[in-house]
Design a protein around this ligand. Sequence first.
Ligand code: PLP
Length: 393
Amino acid sequence: MSLQIVDGFNRIGEENAFAVLARANALAATGKDIINLGIGQPDFPTPEHIVDAAVKALKDGHHGYTPATGIPELRDAVASDLSTRYNTHVSAQNVMIVPGGKVTMFSAILMFGEPGVDILYPDPGFPIYRSMIEYTGANPIPIPIREENAFAFSASETLSLITDKTRLVILNSPANPCGGVTPVEEIDALVKGLEAHPNVAIMSDEIYDQMTYDDVKHVSLLEYPSIRDRLILLNGWSKTYAMTGWRLGYSIWPDELFDSVRKLAVNAWSCVNAPAQHAALAALTGPQDAVHMMMQAFDERRVKVVDALNTLPDVSCITPKGAFYAFPNIKNTGWQAKPLASALLENAGIATIGGPDFGVHGEGYIRVSYANSLDNLMKAIERIDKFMRANPA
Ligand code: PLP
C-alpha cells in the first residue's frame, strides 16, 4: 500500500537535538557514562512554588477547557510583566497563551508561508524555522549569523535580503545556537530599514530575553512603535523558569492578526492545559529569586566553559553574551562539525550538536550547552581534549 500524503510533510525537518538526546540515552542505557551537552534546557527543576500552584489548580478543580487565548488573569500578568520590563505598553487583548514557544513560530510561519514568497530566518538558527518554512512551500532565505559580528545579526545584511517577495522576517536575540545578543544600535538600524517595507511582518523570538550576561541589556522589538502593527513576539516560560516539559509559551500578536491565531488555536489545540496556566501565573507574579539563582549559575559556568574550550587544540570560542550555549570554532582542527559531534558522542561519551544542524552557516562549529553542572562540564571538556589530541583529523 502506498499512502499519499501532502507534499509539505515530505519537506518537514527535525530538531537534531532530540535525536542526539535519544542516542545519548540509548548509550547511557548500555552502561556508558554519557554527559549531555546537547539539549537546550535548564538542568534545574521548576521552582517549587510554581509546581505547587499547578498542584493546587488541579485540587481546586481547574480541569476543564479554558478560553483558547488563555485564562484572563494570565494574559493580564503577561501584559503587565512585559510592560514593566520593557519601555512599552502591551495590552492583554494581544496576548495569546500557547503550548510552548514553538507553537508561536508554527502559527506565524503557517500564517505567512506559501509557494512563491520568501521568509528570512537566522542561520545558524533554531532548526524549526527552516523546517516549517519548507513545509509551507515558501522559500527559506537564510540570514547569515557571523562570528565576526559576535553572532549578532547584521541590520544591513538582513535588510539587503528583503525583496518584494518577502512576507516575514524571523529574528532571534539572545540566540540559539550561538549565544549572540544583537546590540541596540543594530536593532535600531534594522527597525529603521524595516520602516521602508511596511508589508513585511516580523517574528521576534525572544525566548531567552532574561538570559544575558556582563550587563548586556536585551532590547525587545516591542519597544519600537513603528513596527508594532506587524510584530509577532515569541516568548514563554521554558527557559527562564526551567519549564520545558510543561509546554507553555506566549505570544503577542498585532490586532490585525489576533483573531486568525485564536481560530488556529480553536482548531488545533483548544487551549493550554489549565493547571499549567496557573503555574505560569505563579511564575510571573511570584518571587523571582530562582531565576536569579539560575542565571548566576549559568554565568559562572559560561566563563569557565569558554576558558576551558579555548584550551582545546586548535579550537577557539568567543564569550557568548546570552542564552546558555557556547559555539566553539573548530575550523582549524580539520574536523567537519557533524562527524566530530558524532565521534565525541560515540567515543568520548559527550553529546554536543554539530553546527550544520542549525543551518549551512553552522559548519565549522559545534554547539555546547552549558545547562549542566560545572563538574560535568569540566569533565566533559577534559574528555573532549583527550579525544581530540588522540584523534587529529
Ligand atoms: N525558540 C528558540 C530560539 C529555542 O531555542 C527554543 C527551544 O529550544 C524554542 C524557541 C522553543 O521553546 P519551547 O520549548 O517553549 O517550545
